[in-house]
Design a protein around this ligand. Structure first.
Ligand code: PRP
Ligand code: URA
Length: 203
């Protein structure tokens, strides 16, 4: 994505001196800006509205059903920013953590709305590194019959983008910034460090 506000806020997010409170606020603001773009294709319907002056034809959202699904933990930081734009959206949760040795994702929680197959899903995770977590999360959502999925990541490595696109070419990707590479520990370079630890202050 390409917007000066987004670039400025991502720079502040990267800064090692940014503390947890500001980090959380920035993640929320960036998520709202990204959702504004990701929701550009929401369908509208004609309606009538009576202003203080007259009655006129206008448009309103056609009630498309949305679900947002954060990948725990770091995806939680993005939820409020998206919900600020679409308060009626349902929220599912997928719990995954990366094994530090193998970098493979391990599932520990999955709770999705019952009618997820009828909803447009926006998967949220600030970091797309090897892509293992996002691929596994999209697999869970597809297993429940959902075919309309978008992924929102604030920072992505080229390796993760390639893996996610190969595994799920039908999924639309909304990426704040594509970084240079992964390091030998599977961290994005230059990246912002461990997103979950920075949001929740666990390191
Ligand atoms: C981070 C991040 C992603 C994942 C990305 O979570 O929030 O979910 O790593 O890496 P991948 O693309 O290589 O799978 P982590 O596993 O550190 O768990 P946490 O959010 O609980 O800290
Ligand atoms: N997860 C993170 O939080 N940061 C990275 O750079 C890679 C995976």
């Amino acid at each position: 994505m390409d917007h000066p506000l987004l670039e400025h806020k991502i720079t502040m997010l990267r800064d090692a001196k940014t503390g947890s409170k500001e980090f959380r606020e920035l993640i929320q603001e960036i998520s709202m800006l990204m959702a504004y773009e990701a929701l550009r294709d929401l369908p509208l319907e004609e309606c009538e509205v009576t202003t203080p002056i007259t009655t006129t034809k206008a448009k309103r959202l056609a009630g498309r059903k949305l679900a947002i699904v954060p990948i725990l933990r770091a995806g939680l930081g993005m939820v409020d920013g998206v919900l600020a734009l679409v308060p009626p959206a349902k929220v599912g949760h997928i719990g995954l953590y990366r094994d530090h040795e193998t970098l493979e994702p391990h599932e520990y929680y999955c709770k999705l709305p019952d009618d997820i197959q009828n909803r447009q899903v926006i998967l949220l995770d600030p970091m797309l590194a090897t892509g293992g977590s996002a691929v596994a999360a999209v697999n869970f959502i597809k297993q429940r019959g959902c075919t309309n999925i978008k992924c929102m990541h604030i920072i992505a490595a080229p390796e993760g983008l390639e893996r996610l696109h190969q595994a799920h070419p039908d999924v639309s990707l909304f990426i704040g910034c594509v970084d240079e590479k992964l390091n030998q520990n599977g961290y994005i370079v230059p990246g912002l460090g461990d997103a979950g630890d920075r949001i929740f202050g666990t390191k």
